[in-house]
Design a protein around this ligand. Structure first.
Ligand SMILES: Cc1ncc(COP(=O)(O)O)c(C=O)c1O
Length: 405
């Protein structure tokens, strides 16, 4: 058991991760070099997607997904309100509106009926809904088959926010298992490799897809919108000598993009960490089983998130659902008391529709599942270097703080 402070999440970096980064620093390419492609190839192989496009962070990944789909003003994207700001903001970056959806109060996940209701509300507001952006919250997957049905019947694209769920597997209707990011219902999946996530790149992200046209657009928008292949040039005078020879220095920009590139330094770390994903996921799973066991006697005041059927999660977060009202304790007081005992906690998330920017833009929304989830959410420490005994330390301190010890 660790005697020191337990943050709610942290990276696990070994000497071989450090060596992988040092090798890049000693080499020729700090960015736009071979480590980026090596990481992309490994992520594509791991997820089973045809294409993986690495980028600067998970927010950039979501923005690139919106750009690749050609979303813009007048369009809307359905986003669950229990997520990080970035899922919604990515839609706003391209000028699209955000149709906030409710979630299951016991998992924090957007259900197909929540998505369908949000689509109906958005259409009533006169928006042209173009995409659903389910979030695989805490590492469990949204019901992608059900959401794909909602999307297909309305002609919508799918942007999976998989920032919490690298390494999670889901079971299809045919009984086979697939990795998150395989995009077996089409569309794109966005990942983050921020240090609190399951694998760390420092800052880092990626988008996976099976669609070659989307992959081409992702790569283009990641690098300023530049096209370097002469066979795709549209301006003869700009791109070619009078004899028809392509000018080797010329690039064309059909639409402006961004500098969302991932460096070789970050890619080397991400690749090294990807090799440990199974070990990290197994350790997180073991800690979550211990949490479930230790939290069981605290029910009904404290419960873990409900487990999703047909999902083998690579857990990112350990969210406990605490009935603070019944316990007669405020969440702030509980968090402060745990901090005083060396235990860091967080709340994932403040509902995004209640952020002043979105509240001013869309007014108050009635999302009862979101409110019921948010009232109880408390994220407890979860990271691979935690000792088994740390789980008992956290749960005992929580029980004591809630006055149920
Ligand atoms: C659900 C979700 N989406 C998107 C992001 C954005 O990822 P990043 O911090 O890498 O930009 C995060 C990370 O905090 C996240 O948790």
């Amino acid at each position: 058991m660790s005697a020191g402070f337990l943050p709610y999440g942290r990276q696990s970096i070994d000497e071989d991760d450090i060596a992988a980064v040092a090798a890049v620093l000693r080499g020729d390419w700090l960015t736009q070099g071979p480590a980026v492609e090596a990481f992309e190839n490994a992520l594509a192989a791991r997820t089973g997607a045809a294409h993986a496009v690495a980028c600067a962070n998970g927010t950039a990944a979501l923005h690139l997904a919106c750009l690749a789909l050609g979303l813009g003003p007048g369009n809307a994207v359905v986003v669950p309100s229990i997520t990080f700001l970035a899922t919604a903001n990515a839609a706003r970056y391209v000028g699209a509106e955000v149709a906030f959806a409710d979630v299951d109060p016991d998992t924090g996940l957007m259900r197909p009926e929540d998505a369908a209701a949000a689509v109906a509300r958005a259409q009533a507001a006169g928006w042209c809904v173009r995409a659903l952006a389910p979030v695989h919250f805490a590492g469990q997957t949204a019901d992608m088959a059900g959401l794909a049905d909602v999307a297909a019947s309305r002609g919508l694209a799918l942007i999976e926010d998989a920032c919490h769920a690298v390494g999670t597997q889901t079971q299809g209707a045919d009984g086979t298992w697939a990795e998150v990011g395989a995009c077996r219902h089409g569309g794109l999946a966005a990942f983050s490799f921020h240090p609190v996530k399951t694998i760390a790149a420092g800052e880092g992200g990626a988008v996976t897809t099976d669609d070659p046209a989307l992959a081409e657009r992702l790569r283009r928008f990641r690098n300023h919108g530049m096209v370097r292949e002469p066979d795709r040039f549209t301006d003869q005078d700009l791109g070619f000598e009078p004899d028809g020879t392509a000018r080797p220095w010329v690039y064309e920009m059909p639409e402006p993009g961004f500098n969302y590139r991932l460096t070789d330094i970050h890619s080397a770390l991400a690749l090294s960490q990807l090799g440990k994903l199974d070990r990290f996921a197994a350790r997180r799973s073991r800690l979550m089983d211990l949490y479930a066991h230790r939290l069981d006697p605290l029910a009904p005041l404290v419960r873990p998130l409900a487990r999703v059927a047909g999902c083998r999660p690579a857990w990112h977060l350990c969210v406990a659902l605490v009935d603070f009202v019944a316990a007669g304790r405020s969440r702030g007081a509980v968090m402060a008391a745990l901090r005083a005992r060396g235990i860091g906690t967080q709340v994932h998330y403040v509902p995004v529709h209640r952020q002043p920017y979105y509240r001013d833009r869309y007014g108050a929304l009635d999302l009862p599942g979101v409110e019921a989830y948010y009232a109880r959410a408390l994220t407890l420490p979860l990271f691979p270097a935690m000792a088994d005994g740390d789980v008992g330390r956290v749960v005992d301190a929580l029980a004591e703080t809630l006055g149920i010890a």
